[in-house]
Every structure is written in structure tokens, then in C-alpha cells.
Design a protein around this ligand. Structure first.
Ligand SMILES: Cc1ncc(COP(=O)(O)O)c(C=O)c1O
Length: 493
């Protein structure tokens, strides 16, 4: 599918009717984009007995940010942590919104996976009886894709680098129909080119549909509409009755889908958009390359769906910092240090387990941005924790052995705190001017035009904000296509 030829009507009625039959048999109702954006208003209620981590079709109704802490009830305000200055060292208020509450995979990447597949399904571009959905990713998106595929009764194939965390592979082994549906590509986090090469091979087979998060605009749209509004709700909740300003939205970039929420927050509150990447692979900062362990981000290229020209700052974070803070946040010794020496509440310390490695990167980048911009206590930064620490126990063990000789005590905890948190500086921070944005935008040319064959005019139209705004006009069109499938399947309201 050419990423720019987004369906706005039914393309193949026969295939779409097969989808309707399948959904009728399985009793599946597909949520619309606007329902996922405001599931409380839409009453997307699910029986409490349905396990949020089971492949139950009812869990489609939990694919949104408004799951309560038990992941079964709805909540008006998405779950978030407010980090105290004792931890961050800056007066600005840093809010971390929790992706861990999403169903089935404990990460928000199930949201773009659903969005990308549903647009195909309701327009008849994907035949669930025949086609296999191929999900290229560094771990969470392919888990989301496999979960959604399974619920909808179609085959899902995960393509991910062999170096990703053991927890990701354990999860996949439990969820795929056939072990052959997990394809390991060479390398680790930054080896996205190798993923593309494998996908190009798979795409030769007509029944394989590669749903590439890096070039699928529904990934952009769903985050701008759903994540953007969810984060706005969090800001409104935290800032109520005060003179709070939303100074910035900070997001590390893998596919850069999440970053699209910034376009909503900038349009609504004037928030700056801060993109985060690993200093071990500083593509936006320095046209650089390399390897790192901030799993989920930093992939040595500029995604097609990244709205580069609307970004305001790029911040680089080191994986030594994120790996060691992962140990600080999730060991008894680290937690004792945070309680006894920094006065953090037990509640907050417990909740730090909801922040995975890229969430830690976001926190460290938010601190850097707050320092660079001299933000005050009236300023709020919103960021996300895509997933929680449960995905990285094996990575913690590696860091414990490599960096601490398996002996992490209070002295080591103080050292990590001093270096990675209290000592955060303004290194690897770039405030973007027009020429900087152009440089980063132009870098995408080599991947998309030269390697992937995107027509130059299509590639270039993404310089204009009008292009991105017009994508959102497709939401009511897609929602009507979804509603009409639900009606025909007898699962509509
Ligand atoms: C753990 C983690 N963090 C961050 C990201 C980046 O999110 P996005 O692809 O929306 O930029 C991903 C993407 O897969 C991820 O899995």
C-alpha cells in the first residue's frame, strides 16, 4: 500500500464483506477513533471479569489511555505520575503519563497497531481470512499487532531484532499462532534497515501485508487525536486552579507516532515539541549512527510519519543513564536511597515501576529541557512512559552485572543519582531553528525516496503543516467506515 493513498471509502467490497462476516461470527465491535479519544464519553465499558491481558475481543474497548489503575475500569483522567523536585532537581512540574495501563501488552503501542489495521479492514484492503499482517518493530508495536491480529482472527507476524529484551520474546512466544511467526532480524534497537530488508522479502508474497509503523499515517493520526487529547486531560487535571502553563511535550522517537500528540498540544496550548533520541545513535542531533539500549527509540533514520518541521527541540540521552536509573528505580537498595535520602513517598517509589527504559529517557530529557529553557514552578512538562519496568528485568540484571559487579548498594545508588539525575546538564540539547529542521527533514530523503521509492513530491509535501492537518480530516471518514462495518456485523450500538 502506498502510504499516501489512504483509503477514504470502501476499496474492495467483497473483502470488506468477508471482514463483516468474521466480526459477526466473533461478536467483535470495532471502536472508532473518536471513541478511543474519549472512551468515557463513549462509555467504552468492559465486563470487569475480562482479564485485561487476555486475547478477549472485549479488550479492544480498552485500547485507550483512560484505563484506571486496575486496568479494568474507566477513568476520566489518564494515569500519571507527578515527579517532585527532590527527584528531578528542577522547579518545573514533570508529568509522566502511563502507557502500562493499555491492555494485553502493557504498552501504548497497541493503539497505533489497531489504528493501522482497522483502516485497512473497514475499507476492504485487508482480508482477515487470507492475509497475514506483518508487524515490523523493535518490540512493542509488533506485540500490539500480534494481539490485535489474534483478537480479529487473522495471522500476525512479528519482525524484530534478535537483541531486544527477553521479556518481549517470552510474550510473543505465548501469543503467536506458530513460532515461525516471530522473525528475528540481525542486531538490536538501531537496526531498522535490517527489519526493512526482511519485510521487503516478505512483501514479495501477495498474502503478506507489511504494516510499517514508520510510514503508516494512521499511526500519526491516532496519536494526534487520542494521545494528544489524553495528555491534554492530564495537563488540565494537574493544572486546575493554578496558573500552570504547558511549556513542553517531551517524547522519545521510535516511529515518532507518539510525537504527533505534540501537534495537538502545540495547537491547543502552544506547548513546545521536544523529540528525544539516544546519544548513542544521534541521528537528529548530528546525522549520527550507532548502537544503544534505549529499547523502542532511536533507529538511525527519520520516519516518514515524523512531522519534523513542527518540532522545537531535540534532546539526546545516554543509555548508561537510562540503564543505571532503571536499576536505581527498581531495586530495594535504590528504592531505600530514594526514600531515606531524597524523601520520596512510598506511593511514588512504587509507581516508578510503571516507567520503562524509554520512559526514563523521557524523564531525563524533560529535566534537560527544563534546565535549558529555565522553566519555573508555573511550567508543566508532559511526557509518557510507553511501557513499564516489567519489560526490562533481564536488562536490569545485565546492567547490575556490567556496571556494578552485581553489588548495588547505597553508595552505588548515590552515585547513579548524582550522575544521572542531579548531574543532568544541558549537553546534547538542540533548540531547532528553521535550518535545523530542514536538515533533519532532508535526512529522511535517503531512506524514503532513495531506498523505499517514495515519490519526491509526496515526500516533500510533508514540509507543510497543512499536509498534517488535513490527515486529521480523515478521522470522521474512517469512523463512519468503522461504524458501517459494525452495523453490518450486527455489533453496532
Ligand atoms: C518502549 C518504547 N518506547 C518508545 C517508543 C517510541 O514510540 P513511537 O514509535 O510512537 O515514537 C516505542 C515504540 O515502539 C517503544 O516500544
Amino acid at each position: 500500500m502506498n502510504p499516501f493513498q489512504l483509503p477514504a471509502s470502501i476499496i474492495d467490497h467483497t473483502v470488506r464483506d468477508r471482514t463483516v462476516r468474521r466480526l459477526r461470527e466473533a461478536g467483535v465491535r470495532l471502536p472508532t477513533f473518536m471513541e478511543m479519544a474519549d472512551p468515557v464519553a463513549a462509555s467504552l465499558v468492559v465486563e470487569q471479569t475480562v482479564d485485561p491481558d487476555s486475547p478477549d475481543p472485549a479488550n479492544l474497548r480498552r485500547v485507550h489511555w483512560h484505563n484506571a489503575a486496575d486496568r479494568r475500569h474507566l477513568t476520566e483522567t489518564p494515569g500519571y505520575l507527578e515527579l517532585p523536585s527532590a527527584l528531578t532537581g528542577v522547579p518545573a512540574r514533570i508529568l509522566v503519563v502511563l502507557g502500562e495501563r493499555f491492555p494485553m501488552i502493557g504498552a501504548h503501542k497497541v493503539l497505533p497497531a489497531y489504528a493501522c489495521l482497522v483502516v485497512r479492514l473497514v475499507s476492504g484492503l485487508f482480508d482477515p481470512a487470507r492475509d497475514k499482517a506483518v508487524w515490523p518493530s523493535t518490540g512493542n508495536y509488533c506485540r500490539g499487532g500480534v494481539a490485535i491480529s489474534r483478537i480479529l482472527g487473522c495471522r500476525g507476524i512479528a519482525v524484530l531484532p534478535e537483541g531486544m529484551s527477553a521479556e518481549r520474546f517470552d510474550w510473543l512466544a505465548r501469543w503467536v499462532a506458530d513460532p515461525a511467526d516471530v522473525i528475528r532480524t540481525p542486531g538490536s534497537e538501531s537496526n531498522v534497515k535490517e527489519i526493512y530488508d526482511t519485510c521487503a522479502e516478505l512483501a514479495r508474497h501477495p498474502d503478506n501485508d507489511v504494516i510499517n509503523q514508520f510510514s503508516e499515517f494512521p499511526n500519526y493520526v491516532v496519536h494526534r487525536i487520542c494521545t494528544g487529547r489524553a495528555l491534554a486531560k492530564v495537563f488540565e487535571h494537574a493544572g486546575r486552579g493554578s496558573s500552570a502553563r504547558l511549556a513542553a511535550f517531551v517524547s522519545s522517537t521510535g516511529s515518532a507516532g507518539t510525537l504527533a500528540a505534540g501537534d495537538h498540544l502545540k495547537a491547543t496550548y502552544g506547548a513546545r515539541i521536544v523529540a528525544v533520541e539516544p546519544v548513542g545513535c544521534p541521528t537528529m542531533l548530528y546525522n549520527g549512527y550507532g548502537v544503544h539500549n534505549i529499547q523502542g527509540i532511536g533507529d538511525k533514520h527519520i520516519p516518514l510519519i515524523q512531522n519534523v518541521m513542527n518540532s522545537d527541540m531535540v534532546v539526546g540521552v545516554s543509555d548508561l543513564s537510562t540503564d543505571t536509573v532503571n536499576v536505581l528505580f527498581n531495586t530495594p537498595e535504590g528504592r531505600a536511597f530514594l526514600a531515606e535520602r531524597k524523601g520520596l513517598s512510598d506511593e511514588l517509589i512504587g509507581a516508578l515501576g510503571s516507567v520503562g527504559i524509554s520512559g526514563i529517557a523521557n524523564i531525563l530529557a524533560a529535566i534537560k529541557a527544563a534546565k535549558r529553557l529555565d522553566l519555573t514552578q508555573d511550567d508543566v512538562i508532559v511526557t509518557v512512559a510507553t511501557d513499564g519496568a516489567a519489560m526490562y528485568g533481564s536488562e536490569r540484571d545485565k546492567a547490575l552485572a556490567r556496571d556494578f559487579g552485581n553489588r548495588f548498594d547505597q553508595v552505588a545508588a548515590a552515585e547513579v543519582f548524582g550522575r544521572a539525575l542531579a548531574g543532568v546538564g544541558e549537553d546534547h540539547v538542540l533548540e531547532l531553528g528553521h535550518r535545523d529542521r530542514q536538515r533533519i527533514f532532508n535526512l529522511g530523503y535517503f531512506t524514503w525516496v532513495e531506498q523505499q521509492g517514495i515519490p519526491l513530491a509526496d515526500f516533500d509535501q510533508r514540509r507543510q503543516q497543512r499536509f498534517w492537518d488535513e490527515l486529521c480530516a480523515l478521522v470522521p471518514v474512517w469512523d463512519e467506515l468503522i461504524e458501517s462495518v459494525n452495523r453490518d456485523a450486527g455489533t453496532g450500538r
